[in-house]
Design a binder for this molecule. Structure first.
Ligand SMILES: CC(C)(COP(=O)(O)OP(=O)(O)OC[C@H]1O[C@@H](n2cnc3c(N)ncnc32)[C@H](O)[C@@H]1OP(=O)(O)O)[C@@H](O)C(=O)NCCC(=O)NCCS
Length: 374
């Protein structure tokens, strides 16, 4: 039936608006932010430069970057009311729910006020999200109240410092930097579209981001990096990986971390994070997870012509840096908040409420029966 097909088609391939922020699957290596190719950004700039680019449409010069980083650094501390809320969230909560609550609560105590305060609110979220996540994590898991203000130069290093209690190595800080760049923006994906729909009602920026976090949480979107880790962690070696995958494919199960709604042959982010995963595996001195990941990639291409998306090799890379699996998707939030909020500003600048229609598939018009006749 036509109606079923439409619903099941997930609006695939339909243009739902305009953006000057990003192209997916169209130019260069397949992904650009404000005209810059992802492979060049990943090689040459910091995540903070990308965050600035998305917020202001141009890369910062040296003094703009220094000021921007100083502003972000100065906003890593958390108000005591927010810490109180975080301390009440149980250890078995999902960290994505913690970030969702943290973001929403920030909107209560530091509201955007009016749209002219958007940039201030965006910088605050970007600076505070790692602190929110790890204040809760360390309090609920280790029973410690950590100091969330650190002197680390980058958001990636700040995150690792709060997690491990010590400054990360140069290698780990560099991997985090690249990872945050790769995840920063991706056009009209589900969570960004959620943010834009919310923005189109002229809602506040914390509501837009809170909704986007909820969309990102699912395993078909951001949650795929955690699901990929759960898949590969039990694989003993490459042959075991092949056997497991063949069984899953035979049972028509989905393999998380593979396939993409827009890319059809490869995900340009994969080569970048795969190379870092290899470096980390060599440093770690145990290549099992890397080897099983490579075999998964081979099997999926051979059997289904499916390729790893950005999430698949992120799983092993994060694991090698000692990051607990349940913190994988929240890292995505720490990065994607830049893309979401850039889209919110873009939507506001040329807004019309997003309100599509549906094809009706329900019963014919009928009369309401009396309660004793139902
Ligand atoms: C990303 C994703 C949601 C895209 O969905 P989509 O656009 O509906 O997928 P496609 O239309 O390309 O799927 C085509 C076929 O490949 C299959 N397929 C797609 N991804 C698959 C996967 N990861 N494992 C097994 N089969 C897969 C689909 O089931 C479908 O098979 P069918 O035609 O027999 O029903 C999907 O590939 C997926 O679920 N991947 C796993 C989750 C993931 O990694 N998400 C992160 C995305 S960045």
């Amino acid at each position: 039936m036509a109606e079923k097909k439409l619903g099941g088609a997930g609006l695939r391939g339909q243009v739902a608006g305009e953006t000057a922020l990003c192209t997916v699957g169209k130019t260069g290596s397949g992904l650009t932010y404000c005209g810059y190719d992802i492979s060049e950004l990943a090689e040459k700039v910091s995540f903070e430069e990308v965050a600035y680019l998305l917020a202001h449409s141009e890369l910062p010069n040296a003094s703009q970057l220094a000021e921007y980083k100083a502003r972000l650094k100065s906003q890593r501390g958390l108000p005591s009311a927010l810490k109180d809320v975080l301390e009440r969230i149980p250890a078995d909560a999902h960290p994505m729910d913690v970030l969702r609550t943290g973001c929403s609560f920030l909107g209560n105590i530091e509201p955007e006020a009016d749209f002219s305060g958007a940039d201030k609110a965006i910088e605050r979220m970007l600076a505070a999200f790692p602190s929110i996540l790890l204040y809760w994590y360390r309090f609920s898991h280790d029973g410690v109240r950590i100091e969330t203000e650190t002197n680390e130069d980058s958001i990636g290093a700040h995150f690792l410092r709060l997690l491990h209690g010590e400054s990360p190595s140069e290698l780990h800080a560099a991997v985090m930097n690249t990872s945050l760049i790769l995840y920063a923006e991706h056009e009209f994906n589900a969570s960004t579209f959620t943010a834009r729909v919310c923005a189109s009602t002229l809602s506040d920026i914390h509501s837009c981001v809170t909704g986007a976090i909820g969309s990102l949480r699912g395993p078909l979107h951001g949650g795929a990096n955690e699901a990929a880790m759960e898949l590969i962690e039990d694989m003993k070696d490459a042959d075991d990986a092949e056997k497991t995958l063949m069984g899953m494919l035979e049972r028509k199960e989905k393999i998380m971390g593979f396939g993409h709604a827009v890319y059809s042959e490869f995900d340009p982010r994969n080569d970048v994070i795969k190379a870092w995963s290899k470096k980390l595996a060599d440093e770690f001195g145990d290549t099992r997870l890397y080897d099983v990941s490579v075999r998964c990639e081979e099997v999926m291409w051979r059997e289904k012509k499916l390729f790893p998306n950005a999430d698949f090799f992120h799983a092993s890379a994060y694991h090698f840096m000692g990051i607990p699996t349940k913190l994988f998707t929240p890292i995505f939030v720490m990065s994607r908040v830049t893309g979401w909020t850039a889209h919110v500003k873009e939507q506001r600048a040329n807004n019309r409420i997003i309100r599509p229609s549906a094809d009706y598939t329900g019963p014919e018009p009928r009369k309401v029966p009396a309660i004793n006749e139902r």
